[in-house]
Design a protein around this ligand. Structure first.
Ligand SMILES: [Zn+2]
Length: 489
């Protein structure tokens, strides 16, 4: 293989993007893997032909592991055997080689499951934990737009007592990494022994968008845009990226999710580089749906927490903003964009709605569309909401104030792709690009989750309460196993 290290030493991320675009569109760079947890790793690369790649199909990759360390180790294995990911990580490591991470993030304390994954990953690739964290910094930095829109609807709001969660996934269009993710669309299924299996897109360990677990718990989320001058509620606690992982591993209902968030000491603050890394989801407003018809959206910081569910009918934050005519909505619908709608922005540090017009426009449009279709909401209605250009900065034209965002003079954020979860059917509908241009495709994960058969009892004690997780035993046991002689760097 050609040594790409010299070429990438001072390369701008956009150049890296184009290199990977070429790789992804070539015939030999993407392969489908099956890794099981037998004693010998089974790697079954299957070539995907070019016709399948344009338009690019979603592939399913199963990762079976008997611990978090083992999961990280096998993700390292996957990267060694996947040319695209291998080159991508090599390029990133060359980019970070001259950097040093001096800050102690205490990930063993604030993100112990993630920490074990990262340990397994770095052991397999024979890099230091510091290098792995630098990789995380680079990957997290690619999420550079505080955007995204979610809607949730259930029960009486829907035509046939259904439940939907929609997510417009927005980012800066120049972000090489998200393009990379969008183009090499793969669904991963993580089967970690003793926990629920979950499906995600993105980059294993580093940028997992965990959308659905085997119990029908579905996820979507928004970043909260922070103001530049006022104080921001800041405190140490569990990284939200870790908390999101735990919901998928151990929760089957939105009530369990709410309990977990409410009772966990959470991390929040300004996530400026270099301490961004695994704190990439801190401050996020997360939405969940479940197969019982539950829906939930939470606004949370270190000191503040509020949850709205399928029975909520008011938007308390709007009262503070003196928009009393918009106070109430019928039960069974929720939505969220990028400012705190319910918590007091003067306490949390969120932007005010007027400080981020796109966020306010999208929130108001979600409310309008969900209420206008109340009682008749079905999959088609939700798909149309994700494609909407009806209001925004300019009516009936695509712009960055629409739910389906298009970059313009008002902002860079663009909807890269969108998904809709139907939790009762264990199904995700997803587009491979902007929802106004690319069709939705449906993926039923019922059979894929069965492959995991992770029906072993889940320790609720591990998932709830204050975190005191010191799970180093498995880690140290596994570290004694013989590592294959396959150097990465
Ligand atoms: Zn559009």
């Amino acid at each position: 293989m050609i040594d790409l290290s010299l070429k990438f030493n001072k390369t701008h991320p956009i150049v890296i993007f184009f290199v990977f675009l070429i790789l992804i569109l070539s015939n030999t760079t993407t392969a489908n893997f099956c890794i099981d947890n037998s004693e010998n790793l089974v790697i079954k690369p299957q070539k995907i032909n070019k016709k399948e790649l344009i338009p690019i199909e979603n592939k399913i990759v199963h990762i079976h592991a008997n611990s978090f360390y083992d999961y990280g180790y096998k993700v390292g294995e996957l990267i060694l055997f996947n040319k695209t990911l291998n080159l991508f990580f090599r390029a990133l490591v060359n980019h970070i080689n001259k950097k040093n991470r001096t800050e102690n993030l205490e990930i063993h304390k604030y993100a112990p499951f993630y920490n074990e994954m990262l340990n397994g990953f770095s052991d397999r690739l024979k890099i230091t934990l510091n290098q792995a964290l630098l990789l995380q910094d680079q990957i997290s930095k690619s999420l550079n737009s505080e955007a995204c829109t979610i809607t949730l609807s259930t029960g009486p709001a829907t035509k046939n007592n259904e439940t939907f969660l929609s997510q417009n996934f927005d980012n800066d269009p120049l972000s090489s990494l998200i393009w990379f993710i969008g183009l090499s669309r793969i669904f991963y299924i993580a089967h970690i022994e003793n926990y629920y299996s979950y499906s995600f897109i993105g980059i294993p360990i580093f940028l997992e968008c965990r959308i659905l677990n085997e119990k029908g718990l579905g996820w979507g989320g928004n970043w909260i845009c922070l103001n530049k001058t006022r104080p921001v509620d800041t405190g140490k606690g569990m990284f939200i990226y870790e908390l999101e992982l735990r919901t998928m591993l151990g929760c089957s209902t939105v009530d369990e999710v709410e309990d977990l968030y409410r009772n966990t000491n959470r991390s929040s603050g300004r996530n400026t580089f270099p301490d961004f890394g695994p704190r990439q989801s801190d401050n996020a407003a997360n939405g969940y749906c479940d197969s019982n018809g539950g829906i939930l959206v939470m606004e949370q910081m270190h000191s503040y927490f509020i949850a709205q569910n399928e029975t909520s009918t008011n938007v308390p934050g709007l009262e503070k903003l003196q928009l009393s005519n918009k106070l109430y909505h019928p039960p069974g619908i929720l939505w969220h964009t990028n400012h705190h709608m319910w918590l007091d922005p003067m306490l949390t540090g969120s932007v005010l709605p007027k400080g981020y017009s796109s966020s306010e426009l999208r929130a108001n449009r979600c409310k309008e569309l969900l209420e206008n279709n109340y009682g008749d909401i079905d999959l088609k209605v939700i798909k149309n909401i994700t494609k909407d250009h009806g209001k925004g900065f300019i009516a009936n034209q695509p712009d960055s104030g629409d739910i389906c965002r298009h970059s313009d003079k008002y902002g860079n954020g663009t909807t890269m792709f969108a998904w809709i979860v139907e939790p009762k059917k264990l199904t995700i509908h997803m587009t491979n690009g902007r929802p106004c241009c690319f069709p939705y495709k449906s993926y039923d994960f019922t059979d894929d989750f069965e492959e995991g058969e992770s029906q072993i009892s889940i320790s609720q004690n591990l998932m709830k309460g204050k975190f005191l997780y010191e799970t180093t035993l498995i880690n140290s046991l596994l570290k004694n196993q013989v590592l294959p002689n396959n150097d990465f760097f």
